[in-house]
Design a protein around this ligand. Structure first.
Ligand code: NAD
Length: 515
C-alpha cells in the first residue's frame, strides 16, 4: 500500500534522499500532487523531516470535488444499513491499526504514545456511534393531519461536504467529521492539518479497506489557498472547521456568504473554580492532568484556576505535583508530556509567560529552559505556573496553547463566576467542590458550553454533542451527537393524500386548512 512507509515510521530516520511526499486522495486513488510547493512535516521532538505535504493545485482541488460530486448519487442511494456496515468494519480496522496510527501521531504531533492512543480512541467512538445511523437519522410521521392526508419528514444528505482540521488531534478531529457525514449519505473532501497529515491518510486507507466506495472520501492538502477554495466552491454544501479563531471566523464568514452551512469550533481559555471545600487530592490531580496533559495543546485543556479563599497551600501542592511530571520525547514510555508543535509555538508560549511576569504575575514554576537529554533540538516547554494573574494581562487574554497554568484568586464564589463569565471564550469550565448547592448554581450560571463538576474539562462522548459556546463556536449545529446528524442532513417534509376523492366537491382557492 502507498503508506507502507508509515509502517516503518516507528524508526524515523534521517532520510537519505527526499522525504516521502504525502499524497492527496482523489476519486479512490492516492496521488502525488503535481504542485511544486511543499511544506515539511517536522517531528517536534527531533526536528527530523517526517514527510512533505503538498499545496494542492486548483486543478487537483477541483478534481477532488468532482470525484465527490460524482460519487454522491449512488452513495446516497446505498442502503443505510450498508453504509453502517462500512463503519462497523472501519472501527474494527482502526482498532487493528491503532498502534500504527498512534505512532504516526506521536512522530508528527509530539504527544505521548499513550495520549496518541487516546486521540485515536476518542475518534473511534464517533465511528462506533455512526454505526447506528439508521436510528439516528430517523424522520417523523403524523398520520391524518387532515382527512386522508399524512405528513412525514425525512432527513436527507446534503451532497458534498468538507472538513478543515487543526494540528492538535490528528485522528480524533477528522473522525468527528467524515464518519458522521458519509454515513448520513454525503460525500466528503477532507483538508487535514498541514502540520500532521499522516493520520488522516492512514484513516482514509482504512476507510477504503472497509469498503467505502471511490470518491466518497477525498483528501486535499495545503493551507490558506485550498481552504479558501473550499469556502468558495459552489458544489460544496457544508464546511466543518476546527482550529483557531482567526481561521475559523474567516472561514465562517466566507463559506456562509456562499450559502453553505458552517460549524466552526474555535479557541478556548478554560477555567476551573476551586472552592475551599473541594477534595484536595482529587482536585490537584485533575488540575495537573488537565493543565499539562498533551502539553496544554487541547482545546479542552485547563488554562486558568480561580481559587476561592486562600490559594497558597493549593499552589504549593500544585507546584509540587507539576514538578514530578516527566517531559520527554512522546515515544519514551515514561513521558508525561511531549514537545509543543513547532519552534514558533514554543517562542510564542515563552513570550506570553514573560509578558505575564512583566505585567506583575509571579512565576511559581518555570518550564521555559528545559532540556531533554538526547532531544536537545525538541520544542519542549515544561509545566509552568503563574500566579497573581489579573484579567487585564495579555497572558490571560490570549489562548496560550501550551503547558501553562494561570492562577487567580477570588474572595467569593460569585466573584469567581464573574471572572469566568467575563472571558470571551466559552468552550468549557469546571468547578471543584463538595457542595451540591454550589454545583447547581455553577451549572445554572456559568456561561460555557461544556461544564465539569469535579471533573476537569470533559469532552462529551458521541451520543452527546461537543457544545462550546461564545467565541469558541460559530454556527448553529454542533459537532457529532444529534446536532452532528442534523448538520449533515436536511429535512424534507412530505404531505400525501390517499382517499377516494368524492366527485364534484369543487375547487377552492382559499388557503387549505385541516378544519
Ligand atoms: P489553525 O487555525 O492555525 O489551523 C486550523 C486549520 O485552518 C488548518 O487546516 C490550517 O491549514 C487552516 N488555516 C490556518 N490559518 C488559516 C487562514 N488564515 N485561512 C484559512 N485557513 C487557515 O489552528 P491550529 O493551530 O492547527 O489548532 C489550534 C487551535 O485549534 C487552537 O485555537 C485550539 O483551541 C483550537 N481547537 C479547538 C477545538 C474545539 O473543538 N473548539 C478543538 C481542537 C483545537
Amino acid at each position: 500500500s502507498w503508506s507502507s512507509w508509515f509502517s516503518t515510521a516507528a524508526v524515523p530516520s534521517t532520510r537519505h534522499g527526499q522525504p516521502p511526499r504525502v499524497p492527496n486522495l482523489i476519486g479512490g486513488t492516492f496521488v502525488d500532487s503535481k504542485s511544486s510547493s511543499f511544506i515539511d512535516v517536522i517531528n517536534p521532538a527531533t526536528q527530523e523531516v517526517v514527510s512533505q505535504v503538498p499545496l494542492t493545485t486548483p486543478e487537483e482541488f477541483k478534481a477532488a470535488v468532482s470525484a465527490a460530486k460524482e460519487a454522491f448519487p449512488s452513495w446516497r442511494n446505498t442502503p443505510v444499513t450498508t453504509r453502517q456496515r462500512v463503519m462497523l468494519k472501519f472501527q474494527e480496522l482502526i482498532r487493528r491499526d491503532i498502534d500504527k496510527l498512534a505512532m504516526n501521531i506521536t512522530m508528527e504531533q509530539g504527544k505521548t504514545l499513550k495520549d496518541a492512543h487516546g486521540d485515536v480512541f476518542r475518534g473511534l467512538e464517533v465511528v462506533e456511534h455512526a454505526c447506528g445511523m439508521a436510528t439516528l437519522q430517523m424522520g417523523e410521521y403524523v398520520p391524518n393531519v387532515s382527512s386522508g392526508i399524512d405528513t412525514y419528514s425525512i432527513r436527507e444528505p446534503l451532497g458534498v461536504c468538507a472538513g478543515i482540521c487543526p494540528f492538535n488531534f490528528p485522528a480524533m478531529i477528522p473522525l468527528w467529521m467524515f464518519p458522521v457525514a458519509v454515513t448520513c449519505g454525503n460525500t466528503f473532501v477532507l483538508k487535514p492539518s498541514e502540520k500532521d497529515p499522516g493520520a488522516s491518510v492512514i484513516l482514509a486507507e482504512l476507510a477504503m479497506e472497509a469498503g467505502l466506495p471511490d470518491g466518497v472520501l477525498n483528501i486535499v492538502h495545503g493551507t490558506t489557498d485550498v481552504v479558501n477554495s473550499i469556502c468558495d466552491d459552489e458544489e460544496i454544501r457544508a464546511v466543518s472547521f476546527v482550529g483557531s479563531n482567526t481561521a475559523g471566523m474567516h472561514i465562517y464568514a466566507r463559506a456562509s456568504s456562499m450559502g453553505k452551512r458552517v460549524q466552526s469550533n474555535m479557541g478556548a481559555k478554560n477555567h476551573a473554580i476551586v472552592l475551599p471545600d473541594a477534595s484536595i487530592d482529587a482536585t490537584l490531580n485533575a488540575l495537573v492532568a488537565a493543565g499539562f496533559g498533551a502539553a496544554g495543546q487541547r482545546c479542552m485543556a485547563l488554562s486558568v484556576v480561580v481559587f476561592v479563599g486562600g490559594s497558597k497551600s493549593w499552589e504549593d501542592k500544585l507546584v509540587e505535583r507539576a514538578k514530578t511530571l516527566k517531559v520527554n520525547n512522546g515515544m519514551a514510555p515514561d513521558a508525561d508530556l511531549g514537545p509543543v508543535i513547532s519552534k514558533q509555538a514554543k517562542e510564542r508560549i515563552c513570550k506570553l509567560i514573560q509578558s505575564g511576569i512583566d505585567d506583575g504575575a509571579r512565576l511559581l514554576l518555570d518550564g521555559r529552559n528545559i532540556t531533554v537529554p538526547g532531544y536537545e533540538q525538541g520544542n519542549f516547554v515544561g509545566p509552568t505556573i503563574l500566579t497573581d494573574v489579573q484579567s487585564n494581562m495579555e497572558c490571560y487574554k490570549e489562548e496560550i496553547f501550551g503547558p501553562v497554568l494561570l492562577c487567580m484568586r477570588a474572595d467569593s464564589f460569585e466573584e469567581a463566576l464573574e471572572i469566568v463569565n467575563k472571558n470571551k471564550y466559552g468552550n468549557g469550565a469546571s468547578l471543584f467542590t463538595s457542595s451540591g448547592v454550589a454545583a447547581r448554581k455553577f451549572q445554572t450560571e456559568i456561561e460555557a458550553g461544556q461544564v465539569g463538576i469535579n471533573v476537569p474539562i470533559p469532552v462529551p462522548l458521541p451520543f452527546f454533542s461537543f457544545t462550546g459556546s461564545k467565541a469558541s463556536f460559530a454556527g448553529d449545529l454542533n459537532f457529532y451527537g444529534k446536532a452532528g446528524v442534523n448538520f449533515f442532513t436536511q429535512i424534507k417534509t412530505v404531505t400525501q393524500q390517499w382517499k377516494d376523492l368524492p366527485g364534484g366537491s369543487g375547487v377552492s382557492l382559499a388557503m387549505p386548512t385541516s378544519q
